[in-house]
Design a protein around this ligand. Structure first.
Ligand SMILES: O=C(O)CCC(=O)C(=O)O
Ligand SMILES: [Fe+2]
Length: 356
């Protein structure tokens, strides 16, 4: 199914999947080094990312939580949290509601919510993450998504979100509020785990810009040649992710892709690039990707917490501590436009800020 938007055909991956082709269109074929089973990266079966029990932030547990967070941030840049205080019911509800939109509205109905294909990170229903380059050689992800601008409240316009199912807008709004609260508490613990005052990272980031992206990965006839989402680190400060029980998310550690097995009712915390800059590289953002499978559609909900475009991000002077900073200062909006123009290619964007 195609719809002309500004002269550009917008292809939805779900429509391709429903056509039951035996081969994917060539734009979805990854170069060999990015394919899931390429020899440069072996799937490490024995390893798994850490799970940290937050004990509902019970003060007696906080010292040990800070030290396990420090270890997980140093080793992986990603970890599951349990007993995080977000109602389990809401985690189920947002996944069910998102899945209902993708599975039970027609593609034409969904297309009435299309994002603007000519600007990046625009709100709505889309498939393509990067802007096209001159020759349009960008390899496409096997993914459709719905991006919601949720915070600050001045950006929140639920009339642009799906009307179906009935509780969709209310669910996204409550989920947004819960994720903001959790992100703030985690930024506090992450700051303290570095010996900084609890408010440090949140002050450096400033007012939180939050986007919620529901990703829908249709079954793919050629999972060995494609990716649901190419290797990248998230560009903002901190991402909170939940997934259904299908699986497909992988995190890179020491050149090996580690499967992030779905853990019921846990929330995955992913450190993003601005946290790496602020911590002067003490904590690194996690490179991750999504693989596809031939039989089952997969759904995830990623909640991104970012600085405002005008905010300047630079390494904490307390962590630089008289030495020279490892990253140069960046205006967040410039970082974002460069990310969407050049593409993530793992950590290309953050690496370009490294000094010496
Ligand atoms: O679907 C996933 O598990 C990953 C999503 C993701 O990494 C993103 O949206 O940035
Ligand atoms: Fe991501």
């Amino acid at each position: 199914m195609e719809m002309e938007v500004g002269g550009e055909p917008m292809v939805r991956v779900q429509a391709i999947a429903e056509a039951k082709l035996s081969q994917v269109p060539p734009q979805y074929i990854q170069p060999p080094h990015n394919r899931p089973h390429h020899h440069s990266s072996t799937a490490a079966a024995a390893t798994t990312i850490p799970t940290i029990d937050l004990f509902e932030f019970n003060p007696t547990h906080l010292p040990s939580i800070r030290s396990t967070i420090a270890q997980a941030c140093t080793d992986y840049g990603a970890f599951h949290v349990t007993n995080h205080g977000v109602p389990t019911k809401l985690l189920h509800q947002i996944k069910t509601t998102g899945l209902t939109f993708f599975n039970h509205s027609s593609i034409n109905d969904k297309l009435t919510y299309s994002c603007d294909p000519h600007s990046f990170a625009s709100q709505g229903y889309g498939s393509r993450m990067l802007l096209s380059d001159e020759n349009d050689t960008v390899v496409l992800d096997w993914r459709d998504y719905f991006d919601h601008h949720t915070l600050p409240l001045s950006r929140r316009d639920p009339s642009r979100w799906p009307h179906f199912p009935e509780n969709y807008r209310e669910t996204v709004a409550s989920y947004s509020d819960e994720m903001k609260g959790l992100a703030q508490r985690l930024m506090g613990l992450i700051s303290e785990s570095l010996g900084l005052r609890g408010s440090y990272i949140e002050e450096a980031v400033g007012e939180l810009y939050q986007n919620i992206t529901i990703s829908y990965y249709p079954p793919c006839p050629q999972p060995d040649l494609t990716l649901g989402l190419q290797p990248h680190s998230d560009m903002g400060a901190i991402t909170l992710l939940i997934q259904d029980d299908v699986g497909g998310l992988e995190v890179l550690k020491d050149d090996q892709w580690i499967t992030v097995d779905p853990l019921s009712d846990a929330i995955l915390v992913i450190l993003a690039d601005q946290t790496e800059i602020i911590t002067n590289g003490k904590y690194r953002s996690a490179v991750h990707r999504a693989v596809t499978n031939a039989t089952q559609a997969r759904l995830s909900v990623a909640t991104f917490h970012d600085p405002a475009k005008a905010v300047k991000i630079s390494p904490s002077s307390e962590l630089v501590n008289g030495a020279s900073p490892r990253y140069r200062e960046v205006v967040y909006g410039d970082y974002v436009s460069s990310w969407y123009t050049k593409g993530p290619d793992g950590k290309r964007n953050i690496d370009s800020l490294l000094l010496n």
